[in-house]
Design a protein around this ligand. Structure first.
Ligand SMILES: Nc1ncnc2c1ncn2[C@@H]1O[C@H](COP(=O)(O)OP(=O)(O)OP(=O)(O)O)[C@@H](O)[C@H]1O
Ligand SMILES: [Mg+2]
Length: 273
């Protein structure tokens, strides 16, 4: 994998921080609640992520990891509680301001990739530029996209469309797209879930490099034991709340374990009278 390049002057400047006291924290979430119908998935989830941390988030299938990531990444605004990103209360941002914050400062790798099948890998990586308030010029954007593809070892698949790519390759295109704007925060949902052992190791090394050399803050939903070597903390979702986890949580693969039925009623709100 090529050496990382240093941040260039083209990178968007970090978002201005509304609350200086919160500057050290990239994410502050307090008492977040999110329900789907009568199913209460997040029941007072709180966490704080400092600038430059690399965290793993674990929890059983259906425990709410993807739900929490969507809320923290500003993709889901239908929550209760408070979420502050880069010192800014998400609820106070207009849709346009939130979109810009997301597009230019947060990289998001979805569990299901969200690639557009009719576009090439390169065009998928270029997508954030199309929605940017201050897009890079054509040549600079293409150079940036090729660099991002090279970082995930896909330089030779730039013209392939997602249906022609393997699951692991699609996952890496999604990661390249998330890195396009050299974000300050990377949120990844099972980023090594479809990768073979060797490729998974290279991606974990890329995460460590991005974190240590470029100061990127990462929150990774993962059950990959090798992430334990690079993660500073492990968080776990338990009964709709975020609790401290340990490296053992990564070694025990819970991703395929279903929450026992006995654990569900505690999340379920009572029928209305
Ligand atoms: N849009 C939705 N509508 C209804 N229910 C939803 C929706 N999104 C998630 N859920 C439910 O919320 C719960 C948590 O889902 P979530 O995807 O956050 O789990 P997860 O921890 O990411 O699981 P996995 O490890 O399988 O990816 C599940 O019971 C799921 O069915
Ligand atoms: Mg999930």
């Amino acid at each position: 994998m090529p050496e990382p390049s240093s941040s260039s002057a083209e990178s968007p400047s970090p978002p201005s921080v509304a609350d200086p006291a919160a500057a050290a924290f990239v994410i502050v979430a307090s008492d977040v609640r999110r329900s789907f119908g009568r199913d209460a998935v997040l029941c007072g989830a709180s966490l704080q992520v400092k600038q430059g941390e690399l965290l793993a988030l674990v929890g059983r299938s259906g425990s709410g990891k993807s739900t929490l990531l969507s809320v923290l990444g500003g993709l889901d605004r239908d929550y209760q509680g408070q979420v502050t990103l880069f010192g800014k209360d998400l609820a106070a941002l207009s849709d346009a301001a939130l979109s810009q914050l997301r597009n230019e400062h947060i990289g998001f790798v979805f569990q299901s990739f969200h690639l557009l099948d009719h576009l090439s890998a390169l065009e998928n990586v270029l997508l954030p530029n199309a929605f940017a308030a201050s897009p890079l010029a054509h040549a600079a954007a293409h150079e940036r996209a090729r660099e991002a593809l090279a970082r995930v070892d896909l330089a030779d698949r730039a013209t392939a469309r997602p249906p022609e790519l393997s699951g692991g390759q699609k996952q890496r295109v999604a990661l390249a797209r998330a890195l396009f704007f050299r974000p300050q925060l990377l949120l990844c949902d099972e980023p090594t879930g479809n990768l073979d052992v060797t490729t998974g190791q290279r991606i974990i090394e890329l995460f460590a490099t991005l974190n240590q050399r470029e100061g990127l803050t990462l929150l990774l939903v993962t059950h990959e034991p090798r992430v334990a070597a690079v993660a500073r903390r492990v968080l776990r979702i338990d009964a709709g709340q975020v609790v401290s986890g340990s490296a053992t949580d990564l070694v025990t693969d819970q991703s395929t374990e279903l929450a026992p039925d006995s654990a569900r009623p505690a999340h379920r709100q009572e029928d209305p009278p």
